[in-house]
Write a protein that binds this ligand. Sequence first.
Ligand code: PLP
Length: 412
Amino acid sequence: MADPDSTMNRSDFPILDQQVHGRPLVYFDNAATSQKPQCVMDAITEAYTTWNANIHRGTHHLSQLATAKHEEARTTLAKFIGAEHSREILFTRGTTEGLNMLAFCFGEAFIHEGDEIIVSALEHHSNIVPWQMLCERKHAVLRVIPLNQDLTIDLSAFKQLLNTRTKLVSVAHVSNVLGIINPVEEIIRIAHEHGVPVCIDGAQSAPHLPVNVRTLDCDFFVCSAHKMYGPTGIGLLYGKQQWLEQLPPYQGGGEMIEHVRWSGTTYNELPYRFEAGTPDYVGSYAWGVAAQYMQDCGISSIAVHEQELTAYAEQQLSQIAGVRIYAAAQPKTGVLSFNIYDANGKLIHPFDLGALLDQQGIAVRIGHHCAEPLMDHLAIPGTVRISFALYNTREEIDLFIAALQRAIKMLA
Ligand code: PLP
């Protein structure tokens, strides 16, 4: 895997072996969602063909088997992110639901009029809007950490923002637009000096970097399976047990209760108190298989491979006239955003580039990447974003650069 030309593991992903518009598919939209290895698809088929049954309350064989698979997956994922207990892993529908859940539950328990929550200026909408909604509901205030010139988070401004009204900090581990790895260890340390808990949006870190929530010492962490070679529709919210124990439930229904009487309801223990209704036990099982697959590949090797691809792509891109890459700051994962300006300094619209790249079999993402405040900061309507996974290769970058040059020629 350390060899960036390696196509090791690529054959595990059958979807990649196809032509799009008569050209070999080059899939560079991995920050949006990754492709799935055969073992994950096999796990889903196996679940429905051999052990599907609703979990937890069943006494019969299949139900007990399904329950065991679901809970084993919770343990696998707890280990994957370095959690101390599997009861600190709450299954959600994804990062977005994890953040909404935290905003609701933490908000109910701890946020009052005039309290403050801090996010950064480069967040995904999922780590902005739930906090805005909470602030509106509770008459609290959302504070935003500004960025330095090089688009890194301004840590001295962050220190200035913290005060006795600050109740929570929520920041991305890795920017989904810039690929920059944010100094979250530092942010957590500074926030904790003020007694403030921190939530880390790990949607773009868990798929690409070794993550250990205990080493980070974050209080909450969220991520999505579908960006980690796993299935869609499932994610997790990690919370330190001492925090989760203080939060009220998110939704009411089956599974989350201890007893229901007309006189009132008592709630289940962790983690079930936060998991109303039938959970996605096939999804959790398949995600556990995906996590194991990543571990077998070696998460550090995946990180090195993707970072080498990014460095190569950045070097190739920088030779194209009129290119602007956002941003040069390091360290980075496998995400690169850029725009092309024509000889008159006019932006070639990323939508036009995206369409012409697609015609040549290259899948990239264009637009604001659910980070409109960051686009406003950069004063651009959007970018072209390429993002890598373990199966991408240097040859694909060469195909992409050639296709981009053809597209620019057509548009200039
Ligand atoms: N946060 C970040 C940094 C992301 O990149 C994304 C998705 O792109 C999300 C949150 C939302 O993830 P999901 O759509 O899986 O809920």
